[in-house]
Design a protein around this ligand. Structure first.
Ligand SMILES: [Fe+2]
Ligand SMILES: [Fe+2]
Ligand SMILES: [Fe+2]
Length: 411
C-alpha cells in the first residue's frame, strides 16, 4: 500500500476531529486530552515509545462512543456507565493489528482507582497510560466553555481532588495540579489552533506508517461511521468495495485502486457531524433536516484536507454528492471540476445506498435500482461511470451477497 509518505500522527489527529462532533458543534475533546496527556507524561518522565502509544490512545480514547447522545453523557463528571464506550472502543481498536498494544489503554481509560472495573484492575495495576487519560479527561469535562478559563482552575482542581484516590490516581493528581499551576496550561486548552500545539508536542517523534496501516486506520474509522445507524451498518464497506471494483474494471493502477478503497471507507466521515435521529428518520426529511445532512461531505472534505498526502483521496471521497449538472453539494462543482474517480465514487455510493435497506424502504432489486440509475444519468451521474457499473452488474451484485462486502477485496 502507498506507505511511507504518510504521517500517522497527522492522520490520527485529523481523523479525531470526526469523533468530536457534538450537538453544539466541534468540541476538540480528543485533541485537548491528547495534549494534556502528553504534557503530563513528559513531566512524569515516560520514555518515548510509551509516549507514542499514549498519544495514539488519547487521541482516539472515546472512539467507542459513536452517537451524539452517548457523547453528551460523557461530559458529566460522574458518568453512570463509563464502561460501555470503553469496552466498545477496546473491541474496535483491538481488531486493528498494529493498535493491539494500545487497546488496553482505551479499555481502562475510565477504570476507577479504587477498583470494581470490568477489566478487573485497580490501583497501579491499571495501565499508567489509562490513568493519565482518565485524569485529564475528567479535567476537560469540568471546564465551562462559557466562562473565562482563568477564573476556573481553583474550582476545577478542587473537584478533581475530591475524586482522587477513588476515581483517579492520587499521585497523578499531584502531578496534574502542579502542571495546572501555570496559566499557559489552561490557555492552551482554549487556543484556536490545537492542532499546532499538538504538532509541537509530538515534534520529537515520528510514527511511521507501514504495510497496511493506512487501510487499517481507515477501516477503524469506517467502523465508527457505520455504527451510527443500523441502516448503514456496512455502507462504508460496501461503497469501498464497489469503488475498488470499479477502479479495477476501469484499469486504475494498484496504488490508485487502493486510494479508491480508502476514499470509499472515509467518504461519509462527516456523517459523524449529523445527529443520528436524522439519519434514522423513518419518513421524508424536512428541508431543514436535509440542510443538516448536506453538511456531511463538507466535513469529510475539511477533515481529510488536514492530512498531508491525502489530496486525491480527499477529492475522490468528499465530492460524492457533487453532480454533473453543477447542482450537487457542498461545492456545486461543474462537471469539468469533478475528477473521474470522484464520479465513479458517486456511482458506487448511489448503487450502495439503493441496494441497502433504509428507514423508509427496503433495499431495491437490480431492475429497479438500474432504472433509478438511468434517471440520474447525465444530470447527476456521469454516463461513462454508470456504464461501468451496468456492464458489470452481476459482479457488483456479488458484493451484496457477502455479509462483509470487503471480504473479497481484502482477501
Ligand atoms: Fe471516555
Ligand atoms: Fe473522553
Ligand atoms: Fe454521503
Amino acid at each position: 500500500m502507498m506507505n511511507s509518505s504518510f504521517d500517522l500522527k497527522n492522520i490520527f489527529s485529523s481523523l479525531s476531529t470526526a469523533l468530536d462532533f457534538t450537538y453544539s458543534g466541534l468540541s476538540s475533546h480528543h485533541k485537548r486530552v491528547a495534549l494534556m496527556s502528553l504534557k503530563l507524561a513528559r513531566r512524569m518522565g515516560l520514555p518515548q515509545d510509551r509516549i507514542k502509544n499514549l498519544f495514539i490512545s488519547a487521541i482516539i480514547h472515546d472512539i467507542g462512543a459513536v452517537s451524539m447522545r452517548e457523547k453528551e453523557i460523557l461530559g458529566e463528571l460522574e458518568i453512570l456507565d463509563p464502561y460501555a464506550h470503553s469496552e466498545m472502543g477496546y473491541q474496535m481498536v483491538k481488531n486493528v493489528k498494529f493498535l493491539e498494544p494500545v487497546s488496553c489503554f482505551v479499555r481502562s481509560h475510565h477504570d476507577a482507582w479504587r477498583g470494581d472495573n470490568p477489566s478487573g484492575l485497580r490501583g497501579d495495576r491499571i495501565p499508567l497510560e489509562s490513568r493519565i487519560i482518565n485524569a485529564v479527561d475528567r479535567l476537560d469535562v469540568l471546564i465551562n466553555r462559557r466562562q473565562n478559563i482563568l477564573e476556573q482552575p481553583q474550582k476545577i482542581l478542587r473537584r478533581l481532588k475530591s475524586i482522587a484516590g477513588t476515581i483517579i490516581d492520587p499521585d497523578i493528581m499531584v502531578e496534574l495540579a502542579d502542571l495546572a499551576g501555570a496559566e499557559g496550561f489552561w490557555l492552551d486548552l482554549e487556543y484556536g489552533s490545537l492542532s499546532d500545539l499538538l504538532c509541537a508536542q509530538t515534534e520529537d517523534f515520528e510514527i511511521s506508517i507501514e504495510n497496511n496501516m493506512l487501510l487499517d486506520v481507515s477501516l477503524l474509522f469506517s467502523g465508527v461511521i457505520d455504527k451510527k445507524s443500523i441502516f448503514t451498518h456496512r455502507h462504508s464497506r460496501l461503497v469501498a468495495a464497489s469503488a475498488f471494483k470499479i477502479a479495477g474494471i476501469s484499469g486504475f493502477s494498484v496504488e490508485d485502486s487502493q486510494k479508491m478503497l480508502v476514499a470509499g471507507l472515509l467518504h461519509d466521515l462527516g456523517k459523524l457531524g449529523v445527529p443520528e435521529k436524522i439519519l434514522e428518520k423513518p419518513d421524508r426529511l424536512s428541508p431543514e433536516e436535509f440542510r443538516l445532512i448536506k453538511r456531511h461531505t463538507y466535513y469529510t472534505h475539511r477533515i481529510l484536507d488536514k492530512i498531508k498526502g491525502f489530496e486525491e483521496i480527499n477529492r475522490w471521497a468528499s465530492f460524492h454528492h457533487e453532480r454533473m449538472d453543477g447542482a450537487g453539494y457542498p461545492f456545486r462543482l461543474k462537471a469539468e471540476s469533478i475528477p473521474i474517480p470522484s464520479r465513479l465514487m458517486a456511482v458506487a455510493d448511489v448503487f450502495s445506498a439503493l441496494a441497502e435497506n433504509r428507514p423508509y424502504r427496503r433495499g431495491l432489486p437490480g431492475n429497479k435500482l438500474m432504472g433509478i440509475l438511468d434517471e440520474m444519468t447525465g444530470s447527476a451521474l456521469d454516463p461513462q461511470a454508470v456504464k461501468v457499473l451496468k456492464d458489470n452488474y452481476s459482479s457488483f451484485e456479488e458484493l451484496l451477497e457477502n455479509e462483509d462486502p470487503l471480504s473479497q477485496p481484502l482477501a
